[in-house]
Structure formats: structure tokens, C-alpha cells
Ligand binder design. Sequence first.
Ligand code: ADP
Length: 416
Amino acid sequence: MKISKNKIPVVLIASALGVIALVVSQLIWMRYSWQLSEQIFNQRVAMALCSTIENYDGGKLCSGGKCSMKNDEGLFAMENDVNLPTQLLSIPAFRSELSKSLNFHQINLDYDLSLSRDNKKQSDVFQSIIMLPDSNGQNRETYLKIAFPNKKAFILKNMNFMVIATVLILSFITGVLLLVNWSLVKQKRLLQTHVDFFNNMAHEFRTPLSNIGLAVNMLSKKNPELKDNQLIDIIRRENIQLLYEVERVLHIAGLENGDYALQKENFLLKKQLQSAIHSLTMPIEEKQAHITLDAVPDDVEIYGDKQHLGSVFRNLLDNALKYTVVKPDIRISAKKNMQGVLISFQDNGIGIPQGQKDMIFEKFQRIHHGAQHNQKGFGLGLAYVKNMIEMHKGYVRVSSEENKGSRFDIFLPIIS
Ligand code: ADP
């Protein structure tokens, strides 16, 4: 895909926003995964506590024969209740039952265990109701509380693979985008260097070429016998052609730099077409071309940049002459409707191969028609035509058949 110079900052901003969106979505996703892992951890602790209470000493600790389990986040209150039979916590059989259950539920972590008659809640502490006798030997509800000081590190360790994969993927995508952006910026600089080079070169060429033209005219004025001299004619013709090419390069460079303001006015289409034909008198005569303007109404007016649209017409006529081998027969027609004016240039030339019609409007793109149809050119003419017509909010289309001819249609809207 070709990215135009002006769109490069947009691409840079869009990719930066893309990376930010990606990082944010990954962070949200990681947070969600963390919450999920924590939930699973909590459920496992709850199940481990429950099965410990149920299995220890034939279920004596169970309240009402049922294991009532609470793994909600609650306050952890250490209590110095002398009546509490805290010896339960140090009974090896109880400890081993608890460790067995925790291991079974894949929780291999250090824990703090305590008993309390108080149901105060504390975060990250799991509690379960058990029945323990008080000082009078009466069974009372007691809270068995368990806390895991290294819980967060444990969950994080379990998520290690995901964290590493996320960091790697993010770094990879960011790296690729940075590389693409860097090469885009480099491409932008290179393009600007090329445009500047062509611009400067064309400027340097224009003055001497104009001087050559003036000198040739003065020479033939001062020496009337040279008026029909063939060599003078060749110099004049080639000079005009070179000046014309230089102007095209300047137009394109100007368009690239965006420093182009159209000078719009109303002008008669037919008159401008006649003037374009006149500027090509030499190649027309040389090729014995026949150009018909009959289908262009005299009164059709166009509102646009007269000079540039004149150059557009000249470009299309020049191509019609260049790419027609025998006796060019070029027909120009114009139709006006409510929306705008459609101007067509039909030739009987070598045509354009199917599939290459779109590329001819790209800068520096030329078709190789074979040795016998080899024509000189830079591949800038149609790029200029397209740019200029689009600046007038119109469009250009081509239809062509190889060895039969081509038709270039230009549409210019009424208010351009
Ligand atoms: P250039 O004429 O300098 O090569 P253009 O941009 O004017 O550059 O044209 C691009 C290409 O389109 C030409 O190389 C030619 O192959 C093709 N082309 C343009 N006009 C015609 C035409 N009327 N008939 C056939 N081919 C054409």
C-alpha cells in the first residue's frame, strides 16, 4: 500500500494510539486474570478447610453435623480468650489433616492458623465455624481462621507464564510498530529530498532553456534567411519540449510540497483546447495528425485554473500524439450537464494493456510498449493530470483497447 507524504503523521499517531490501546487492553485482561486466579485460590482454601473439619476426628468439629464454611473476606481478630482450647492448633493429627487437604487442593504455602470466638472480619483471612467446648465443657461456635502471608506472590507465580507471554507479545508488537514508523519517517525524509532535488534541478534548467529559446528567436529574426532552416527548427522544437518537461517537474514538485494555490477564473473551454493544440503544432505537423474539436460546444465555460487545465489538455493531447504510431486521429468532445462538464480525448493509438490502466496515473510509472513504440518521458504527465483534476474536485478515467486506441475522460464539476 502506498502512503502519501501528508498521511504519514496520521499513520504515526494512529499506530501510537494502537499501541496504547493494546497495552491498556492487556492490563485490563491481566487484572481480570488476577481476579480469576484469586477466586480459584479462595475456593480451594475454602474446600480444604471444609474437608479438614469434616474429616478430622470423625467430624467432631462440625457444627450441627454440617461444615459451615466462610471464606469471605473478614477481619482477623486475634483473641486472648483463655477459655479457648487452643491446643487444637498444635495437635499433629489436626495439622496433618489440614496440610493434606491444602496439598490436595494444590496450595503449598505457609499459613497462620488461629481460633477466635469473635466473628470480626479481616481481608485475606478465611474462617470456618467449628464446635469447641468452653471452660464449662459446653460446645460453642468458634472461628477457625487461616491466613496466607505469601498469597499474592503465590498467585503471581502461577500467572508467570501469562505475564511473560504478555510482555513478550507487547514488546514484539511495539518493536514492529516502532520499526515501521521509523522507516516511514525515513521514507518521508527521502521523498522530501527527492522532491527538493527535482525542484532545484528544474529551476536551474528553466532559465538557460528560456534563454536558448529567446536566442533562437532573435537569431531567426536577425537572419530572415534562417527562418525556415531545419536545424533552427529542431533547436526550437527540442527547446520547447525540454521547457515543457521542466515545467511538469516543477508542477509535480509544487503539488508534492502542497504549496499550490489554484487561480480560478471563468474561461471558454474550446479556446483553451485550441491553444493547447496550437502549442503542439510541430509534433502535429510532423506526425500528420488530425485533431477534431467539432464535438466541443463553443459556449461551454469552465471555472478553474486556466493555466493548469491548459497544461492538463496539452498533456493528454501530447500523449495521444506520442502513443499513436500512424496518422493520429484525435477527437475531442465535451458534454455539459447539471453536475459539470465531461471532456473526452479519443485517439487511435497503441492503447494500454489491461491491468495497467490504474498504474499510469502514478508518478514515474511508464508502460513498456516494446522497442518499436519506445517513447521518451518521465512518467509524470498523467500523475500531474490526475492531481490537478482532483484539486478541481473532478476525476479522470481511462478506457482503452490495445492496438485500437484510448479514451481519457475528464470530469470537472460546475463548482470546483
Ligand atoms: P510519459 O508519457 O512521460 O511516459 P505519462 O504519465 O504521460 O508519462 O504516461 C504514463 C504512461 O501511460 C505512458 O508511459 C504510456 O505508456 C501510457 N499512456 C499515456 N497516454 C497514453 C495514450 N494516449 N495511449 C497509450 N498509452 C498511453
